[in-house]
Design a protein around this ligand. Structure first.
Ligand code: GLU
Ligand code: MG
Length: 506
């Protein structure tokens, strides 16, 4: 299919004056890397792939490299194949198109450490149960004048203030045009809390599409920013002491009515319900949008569980909540991530959940009245240092572990089934800022701080067999090595030094 499409696609690109295609993948450090091909080589790239060293799996954020057990070193080659289904001419980079790449070994087998393959595999596991997840990343960034390495906010208006939009009106207009012309379904665009900070939220889609959209959105923000003399930073912490950039991940679970698994919960839908919106613009007064109608029957609403969750919806969320410390190694993967995760900064620094609670790591959004299918959860503790494929792939694996626990509890099988030890049930929701609760109260409610440093998250990730099984031994081990390599890279540096070194890397 991909191969048959290559000729017509190349002809269409040429007709649109596109001369080169950027094939991107995101490495384990969260950096989007690329190889480019002229349009005339696109069909060749689709058929045979484009060479790329497997050593990129062991790259650190500063471009230094490791040699680890399963990655690194000068020997070997992989083939990048563009996914033509997502090929997009780039509005702010005339003459260029973009396509996310899948990575294969020389024999044509999927590379075991390919993160798009991880997302596909977890999506297929859900589909086998007649389930579908919709996902969307919120993109937050800050702008500073181009051509300098320090950070000076490029606008002076207040948080969420119309003044900022007036100051940067042409920039935000051009950004909206670029995103929408690239078929990115923008739900909201607005100034955020921190100085010079903005946010775009986009409609929910299938998990692989959501990760691809996260890549395309941020590169578009970067490109439009430069055209306006601005430099965009997606780093979790752009200025020491200030509010950081989040990369919140919205997820909702739906029953499609197809698939062969026994499944759980109460949904019986046939794919006619509304999908979840990305949630909201998450500033005060943010609303909720209905999604694309592709989701099937929502399992996040209309149930008898807490806040209307169905049993399956609850198990999926509980699976994610229970694994959050380990998932942080994927969703908050930078030493800078832990400078952002400050309580009372809307970053979700506590491992708990709550209805519309912006200080809970997992915020349940029930959706506006009349749009029940819009219910979703927002994983707030994730940021944009994350490789979005790893972040969503890991979250799905964790949610699936919750679903498996529920299946084990509901089946007449052995009481020793190890999956029963998992978590299918959520604790009490938290309806306040946990930072305001005294230690004994936190302990009584079982609310813990999420890891306060990358080392703690990596230790949890290393011990996590569910994530290791989902990612595969090789990818799991390489990520641990990369994280520890970066911990070493920044050892002994103070907050200001870390922030400055990482400000323009993501
Ligand atoms: N900028 C905040 C963060 O670090 C998030 C603000 C919001 O709730 O959108 O995640
Ligand atoms: Mg926000």
């Amino acid at each position: 299919m991909n191969q048959d499409m290559a000729g017509p696609v190349a002809a269409e690109l040429t007709a649109r004056d596109v001369v080169a295609v950027a094939l991107t993948w995101v490495d384990n450090a969260g950096v989007t890397r690329m190889k480019g091909v002229p349009v005339a080589r696109l069909a060749h790239a689709v058929k045979h792939g484009v060479g790329a060293s497997p050593t990129f799996d062991a790259f650190l954020v500063d471009d230094s490299t490791l040699v680890t057990r399963y990655a690194g070193g000068p020997v070997g080659d992989l083939r990048l194949r563009p996914d033509l289904g997502r090929l997009t001419p780039l509005h702010a980079q005339p003459g260029w198109a973009w396509a996310p790449a899948d990575r294969f070994d020389l024999a044509g087998r999927p590379h075991p450490q390919d993160c798009r393959a991880l997302v596909r595999a977890q999506t297929a596991r859900l589909a086998g149960r007649g389930l579908r997840c919709l996902a969307g990343f919120e993109i937050e960034w800050t702008v500073s004048p181009a051509g300098r390495d320090d950070f000076v906010p490029a606008c002076s208006g207040p948080a969420y203030g119309m003044t900022r939009v007036v100051e940067l009106s042409d920039y935000l207009r051009d950004l909206t045009v670029a995103l929408t012309s690239q078929r990115i379904a923008v739900l909201q665009i607005h100034p955020e809390y921190a100085a010079g900070q903005f946010e775009v939220s986009v409609a929910a889609e299938d998990p692989l599409g959501a990760a691809d959209t996260a890549v395309l959105t941020r590169e578009t923000v970067r490109a439009v920013s430069l055209r306006h003399g601005l430099r965009a930073s997606f780093s979790p912490k752009v200025l020491a002491g200030s509010v950081g950039n989040g990369g919140h991940l919205h997820l909702s679970l739906h029953r499609t009515g197809t698939g062969t698994g026994t499944g759980t919960g109460t949904g019986t839908g046939t794919g006619t319900g509304t999908g979840n919106g990305d949630g909201d613009g998450d500033g005060p007064g943010g609303g909720t949008d209905a999604g694309d109608g592709l989701g099937g029957t929502s399992l996040m609403s209309g149930g008898t569980g807490p806040c209307g969750l169905t049993a399956a919806g609850e198990a999926f969320v509980a699976g994610i909540l229970g694994r959050l410390p380990a998932l942080m190694a994927l969703g908050a993967p930078s030493v800078a991530s832990y400078l952002r995760l400050v309580p009372s900064h809307w970053a979700g620094a506590y491992a708990c959940w709550g209805l519309e609670n912006r200080e809970a790591a997992i915020r349940l959004i029930v959706g506006a009245e009349g749009a029940p299918g819009a219910a979703n959860v927002e994983v707030k503790c994730f940021d944009l240092a994350a490789n979005p494929y790893l972040a969503v792939g890991g979250a799905l694996a964790a949610g699936l572990a919750g679903l498996e626990s529920l299946e084990a509890l509901e089946s007449p099988g052995s009481p020793d089934d190890p999956r029963r030890a998992g978590t299918a049930v959520l604790p009490e929701p938290v309806g306040c800022d946990p930072a305001g609760l005294a230690g004994p109260e936190l302990a009584r409610r079982g609310i813990r701080r999420l890891p306060t440093g990358l080392g703690e998250a990596v230790a949890a990730f290393e011990a996590d067999e569910v994530l290791r099984d989902a990612l595969g031994i090789e990818l799991h081990a390489t990520i641990i090595a990369v994280r520890r390599g970066e911990i070493e890279l920044f050892a002994g540096e103070d907050q200001a030094e870390i922030v400055a070194r990482l400000r323009w890397r993501y």
